[in-house]
Design a binder for this molecule. Sequence first.
Ligand SMILES: [Mn+2]
Length: 324
Amino acid sequence: MLDDLSGKGLLIHHWDTDGICSAKLLLEHLSSKDIVNKTPELGNYYLTEEEVEKYSKYDFVIVADMALTEDNINRLAKNAQVMVFDHHLGEVYENAFHHNPVIKGENPDDYPSASWIINDYLGNEVNLFAILGIIGDHEQKIKNNEKFTKIIDEFCENNNLTFEDLHKMVYLLDTNYKIGDKEAVEQAPHQLLKIQNGEEISNNPTWNQNLNNINSEMNKILGAPGDEINGIILKKINTPYNIVSTITRRISWDSGKNTVVINTGFFDDRDQIYMRSKKDVAPMIQRGKQLGFRCGGKKEVLGAIVPKDKSESFVEEILEFLKR
Ligand SMILES: [Mn+2]
């Protein structure tokens, strides 16, 4: 189906390692086609009105590792053939080719990243980019997944790499969105198309400098204690870096507790709210959508962008949900 696409094409992908690696794999496969890649405004899990208008002039649109709104997809599908490759929760799109085994009831543990799903769909061998997407989305937690631990271990052995080497590459690729550089995110898949091996990621000077800057900000934030309410960790942060998901992960994994983080510093008019829980958070994602917020996530993680005046009450609801 990918091979039948013709005309001018657009690839929209998530800004994280999984999205960048997914884009690299798709661009490589589609190298003979006329296609450009874009990521949404960083922090937005949807397209703005302006973006939808700009992106409506293409003949085909591919979306990778992002659950855009159904309205976004419908609008794009008016003029274009739309294909979506994803593993986030959500609804099946009526007007697109929607390849998302997780939505269709498959076990998420068998589909840990969009990069894996796409690599499989393309019929490629296991490779660095399929693997980096997985480690990007799960980090150390993937070690609880027996099937993929085996796949990753084998890959490391064959390529003379350690898990830590791959983990570091993920952190380097993720610096592009964490410093808020949308163009750098869009450039990254093209940089990956040129490289021969992972060392060229590990040794990239710009990404290493970014990482140093981000690490000092992270350490500053993680060094200050959060509040603990009924065994739930609640942390308010105010940073211009797009690191709310990373901070939430670190706190929740280090503490083993349900964690809610609010960042008031990324958008001028809205807060970023992130939650990680051992509970299935799908009902809370539904609730966020019902309240009209941009809200999405996976089985164990919720991310929402909430107007500043609604932020406090939504956090209250999340805390209530976690207590139940
Ligand atoms: Mn992903």
